[in-house]
Design a protein around this ligand. Structure first.
Ligand code: ATP
Length: 580
């Protein structure tokens, strides 16, 4: 579908609105035409049709008001319908996009598309199309009416129009690239603003050294330089196009020539009056069409931007239900961000169905990318991720997330009650909610909130980072998943709380897979299996003792691990588990 195809759902209403606007433009000229007829009759000594003129003036004015109002109502209805439909489609698209496309720079693009581009469409659909219709119809009808009375005066009236269009076309030469650059620069400023606002705390501390602030300043300066140069290049031709079609110029031209023609008996008094009244209506639209053209271009570019946003590759889901007891497996999984950045490199791994598995590796070794492909936040660029014998993409979305739960370091909580955050709005027995919160060591702190489990997060209270992580863990436990994947999900906890949670996770690992991605090597030495990643490759896997013995990458990590954690496996946590 071309970007104009996005307007298809409201095409009918828009055409009707433009028809009403065209009618309004014609009716606006009716009083002038009646006045011309009156003047002609009066000057030639015929009985002047005063009542007809009066009726035409009133009828034309009222009719044009009515038609213009109908056009405005219709165009605004079309705009409201279109905006609602497009925003719904955009929200569905955002929901299905791979996560990296909606975070970081992607967030800036979403803001542009949802806010700026749909705003630019409002101007195009609700206002600009009607304005341009009115301008074109007024100009054409005025020209035709004048031509019927005196074709020479009509040609004269068309002269400023032609010159004005010529100057304007000259001003617009090469403007497609200029408008594209204008849009790109606006987008750059938008992204820089998002980046700057996100980095504000850093910028406050580090002042001018904050890269985001410099990027924002550079984007604004660059835009200013570009826009000044563009204006300088086009201002002479644009000003000339405005001057040449100024109503006074056209009127003077037609009155002087018409008077001369009258003197020479070549022009009738009626034609002279018609020229003076209709001439400005013929050429004046050029003066106001410039900003409208820019609005049309901005609207069309917004349509293009929305259309390409909607066309982005999305994650699609199948309908398969996950096999009961299926293990998570990776077969030759590689993932690249962009052209060069290899984050995972031919990773083949079969995870057990129960037990505590830790994933460790140096910073940048691909741990979070592994969590991302397991969570199907995005698909790997190569290879397959399976649950049992079914690829994740063939599963239904609820099928995957009911079976496999994820807790991430910065997993967001919604502005909703603690209970709703935990249950996701589902009806869950109260004792299950409490049991999950107890297991995640957060129950007592929730009870101490102003309205306990009914307290609205973000509105009534702000939780600390560690509390948020524990609420997220409780939410995951409440699902009773067969696999629980945690990416640095205990990073914000103090050692005693982390110790309690490690007890919980170790206990949970007795009946499900708990995959713990962590930097804190010393908290997972008791894991049933430790997977070591090194520059996206599998460097080794086994128990702590086996890896110390046979995996150089693990030994390096172990040697560089800082201080021992407060937690050691307790007798209860060390209960035997079966590995697959
Ligand atoms: N969104 C992204 N865009 C581009 N490159 C990325 C992105 N996310 C990660 N990378 C790159 O992919 C590689 C692996 O990153 P990843 O975050 O998976 O490693 P990690 O082991 O989790 O690191 P850390 O322990 O520091 O969190 C790194 O080189 C990183 O720079």
């Amino acid at each position: 579908m071309t970007s104009l195809g996005l307007l298809r759902p409201v095409r009918g209403v828009l055409i009707l609105a433009m028809a009403f606007q065209g009618l309004a433009a014609v009716l606006t000229l009716v009083p002038l035409l009646a006045l011309i007829a009156f003047t002609g009759a009066w000057m030639s000594g015929e009985p002047a049709p005063g009542t007809v003129v009066l009726l035409a003036a009133v009828g034309g004015a009222l009719g044009s008001l009515g038609a213009a109002s109908a056009a405005t109502v219709l165009s605004h209805r079309a705009d409201a319908d279109l905006t609602r439909q497009l925003r719904a489609r955009l929200v569905r698209t955002i929901r299905d996009l791979p996560v990296p496309a909606v975070t970081g720079q992607g967030a800036g693009r979403i803001k542009t598309v949802l806010h700026d581009d749909t705003g630019a469409l409002h101007h195009l659909v609700a206002h600009t199309l009607l304005d341009v219709t009115a301008l074109v119809v007024t100009s054409l009808v005025g020209l035709v009416a004048l031509a019927l009375l005196d074709w020479r005066l009509a040609l004269l009236a068309a002269l400023p129009l032609i010159l004005g269009v010529g100057c304007f076309a000259r001003a617009m030469r090469g403007s497609a690239a200029g408008f594209a650059e204008y849009a790109a620069q606006q987008h750059r400023i938008g992204s820089a603003v998002v980046d700057y606002v996100r980095g504000l705390p850093v910028a406050k501390v580090y002042g001018g050294a904050g890269g985001a602030r410099s990027r924002f300043r550079a984007a604004v300066t660059q835009f200013h330089d570009f826009f000044s140069a563009w204006s300088r290049r086009t201002s002479a031709a644009t000003t000339a196009s405005w001057l040449v079609v100024a109503p006074g110029v056209t009127t003077a031209l037609l009155v002087l020539t018409g008077a001369l023609g009258l003197h020479l008996d070549r022009v009738t008094p009626t034609a002279l009056v018609a020229g003076a009244l209709l001439g400005p209506a013929v050429s004046a639209p050029v003066a106001v069409v410039g900003p409208r053209i820019q609005a049309i271009r901005t609207g069309l570019s917004a349509l293009g931007s929305i259309s390409s946003f909607l066309a982005q590759p999305r994650l699609t889901w199948g309908g398969a239900a996950p096999e009961v007891g299926g293990a998570l497996r990776l077969e030759g999984v590689s993932h690249r961000y962009g052209e060069d950045e290899v984050a995972l490199d031919g990773l083949t791994l079969e995870l057990p169905t129960t037990g505590l598995v830790a994933v460790v590796g140096e910073s940048g070794s691909g741990k979070s990318t592994l969590a991302g492909v397991l969570a199907r936040f995005f698909d790997p660029t190569q290879g397959r991720v399976l649950l049992g014998d079914v690829e994740l993409g063939e599963l239904s979305e609820p099928g995957l997330y009911e079976r496999v739960a994820y807790v991430f370091q910065d997993t967001g909580l919604r502005e909703a009650s603690v209970r709703d955050n935990l249950t996701g709005g589902r009806t869950v027995p109260e004792q299950d909610v409490i049991a999950a919160a107890v297991a995640a060591a957060i129950h007592e702190e929730i009870q101490a909130l102003p309205r306990g489990y009914d307290t609205v997060l973000g509105e009534e209270v702000e939780l600390s980072g560690g509390q948020r992580q524990r609420v997220c863990l409780a939410r995951a436990l409440l699902r009773r998943p067969t696999a629980l994947v945690l990416d640095e999900a205990t990073s914000a906890l103090d050692p005693p709380t982390r110790a309690v949670l490690m007890e919980t996770l170790t206990r949970e690992a007795g009946s499900r897979l708990v995959l713990l991605i962590t930097h804190q090597l010393r908290t997972v030495t008791h894991a049933d299996r430790i997977v070591v990643l090194d520059r996206g490759r599998l460097a080794g896997q086994g128990t702590h003792a086996e890896l110390l013995e046979g995996c150089a990458a693990y030994r390096r990590l172990w040697d560089s691990a800082a201080s021992p954690s407060a937690w050691r496996p307790s007798m209860s946590a060390a209960a035997p588990r079966k590995d697959s």
